[in-house]
Design a protein around this ligand. Structure first.
Ligand code: SF4
Ligand code: SF4
Length: 302
């Protein structure tokens, strides 16, 4: 992030699965977790302009350019140049993502708050709100806070709700900044046991529980998401403890069960068994029989 600009990997102008109603979704670049099962691994890192992807682009949508110094054009050189992406030439083959050593993308764009508000205004009549996601959205906290503050003070955007989809790693102080301007948050609980969470994500889950509980106390916990990977995540093995915990949350909190699939994953996760409808049903039955309410099951298994 530069000043109050955000590095954005994608904007989806319409989604009905990222919070209540129809939403515009902003995917921010960069994540502090390294999930073995990440479905968008090219959103984890930040581009360092190494230039490795430029020669791999089959449509010449990528080029190196040198910033002009003292009024003189400089020859582009690998190592000092910046990478430029021409969206009009891109065929979206994703070859650049496959070769990037930084788990990044040359197709990110910087948006100021004013530029993002202009995107919102173009779409505001067709949506109920916006959701910022990632990567990990809260790593660009200043941008999100400034954007949501502007939305909440703009008469023509007042109908939009502002939601955050997060891995829950934000500190309590960070959430305190966001609380006045968010309508709700969706938090991923990626595993129940600390060891499982650490092995799966590279980070412990102390902050995740803190975030869930803080948001619940402030009536801002819209949804807790559990991605079920049979034999990997431990929700079935720890179902008594898991259900007991979920039952302490406000009863209107949605508990969304997601089924692991192979789409987008790399490395060892490609060998893991996918989650079938019967697996989700078994987990759902186990939770329901222990009193967990407001479960949301996947609409599709692909
Ligand atoms: S996704 Fe676009 S920029 Fe990347 S290699 Fe393919 S055509 Fe080039
Ligand atoms: S997107 Fe990746 S491969 Fe391309 S210039 Fe940036 S860091 Fe290098």
């Amino acid at each position: 992030m530069t000043g109050n600009k955000a590095t954005v990997s994608k904007i989806l102008t319409f989604s009905c699965v990222d919070g209540p109603g129809n939403r515009l979704v902003i995917f921010l670049q960069g994540c502090n977790f390294k999930c073995k099962n990440c479905h968008n691994p090219h959103t984890i890192g930040h581009c360092n302009d190494c230039g490795d992807c430029v020669s791999q682009c089959p449509t010449q949508a990528l080029s190196l350019y040198e910033q002009v110094q003292d009024g003189q054009d400089l020859q582009p050189q690998k190592g000092t140049s910046r990478v430029r992406w021409d969206a009009s030439l891109c065929s979206h083959c994703d070859q650049c993502l496959a070769v990037c050593p930084q788990q990044s993308s040359p197709k990110t764009r910087q948006y100021s708050v004013a530029e993002m508000l202009a995107v919102l205004r173009k779409n505001s009549l067709f949506i109920n709100g916006i959701t910022v996601t990632g990567g990990e959205a809260t790593l660009q906290l200043k941008f999100i806070t400034a954007l949501f503050t502007m939305i909440k003070s703009a008469p023509d955007l007042l109908h939009l709700t502002c939601m955050v989809d997060s891995n829950g790693s934000l500190s309590s102080t960070g959430w305190q900044n966001l609380l006045p301007v968010i309508d709700g948050a969706m938090i991923d609980l990626k595993a129940w046991q600390q060891e499982t969470h650490l092995w799966l994500t590279g980070r412990n889950h102390h902050r995740v529980f803190q975030s869930i509980e803080l948001l619940a106390r402030h009536q801002k916990l819209y949804e807790v998401r559990l991605l079920y990977i049979p034999g990997i995540t431990d929700f079935d093995a720890e179902i008594d403890e898991l259900a007991g915990y979920l039952n302490t949350l406000p009863t209107d909190t949605r508990i969304k069960l997601n089924a692991f699939q192979h789409h987008g994953v790399t490395g060892e996760a490609q060998e893991w068994a996918v989650c079938l409808e019967q697996d989700i049903n078994q987990l759902a039955t186990g939770l329901t029989s222990r009193g967990v309410k407001n479960l949301v099951l996947p609409a599709v298994y692909v």
